[in-house]
Design a protein around this ligand. Structure first.
Ligand code: THU
Length: 145
């Protein structure tokens, strides 16, 4: 299912499930963990953090991306997202775009739950024809200003 080495996959799974245990989910009770593998092989994890003002809550992937950036990671090569099961969790649309900022179509997205890994995709499969940093980098000669 996954081209990752088994030990790396296990590190991601352990980190994601450990992060999930910290989820602040008093409203949905839907705890999520995320663990990102960066370009150096380091793993950065996060959980979802909800808020009494509902729209102010955020997803586990966002917490994990923040941890990666703060640790100096620049690129995401894989992310393992863990939910409660039994349905296979899949990153929300907003998180797909957030991941796109730090990864390309080949970014491996793995879904898991406490029973283990369930499914995987590439970001290109989850977010086809995506808008990304290259669009801005290549736009200068046609910009309106
Ligand atoms: N959630 C995530 O953390 N990541 C996703 O990709 C899907 C949804 C969270 C947001 C909210 O706290 C809870 O799951 C229910 O939507």
């Amino acid at each position: 299912m996954s081209p990752l080495a088994p030990d790396v996959l296990q590190r991601l799974l352990s980190a994601s499930l450990a992060a999930r245990a910290h989820a602040h989910v008093p409203y949905s009770h839907y705890a999520v963990g995320a663990a990102i593998l960066d370009e150096h092989g380091a793993v950065h994890a996060g959980c979802n953090i909800e808020n009494a003002a509902y729209p102010q809550g955020w997803c586990a992937e966002a917490t994990a991306l923040g941890a990666m950036v703060m640790a100096g990671g620049k690129r995401a090569t894989a992310v393992l997202v863990s939910g409660p099961g039994p349905d296979v969790i899949t990153p929300c649309g907003g998180c797909r775009q957030k991941l796109r900022e730090f990864g390309d179509d080949n970014l491996l997205v793995i879904a898991a739950d406490p029973s283990g890994v369930r499914q995987s995709w590439t970001l290109g499969q989850l977010l086809p024809a995506s808008f990304g940093p290259d669009h801005l980098a290549h736009a200068s000669e046609h910009s309106a200003d």
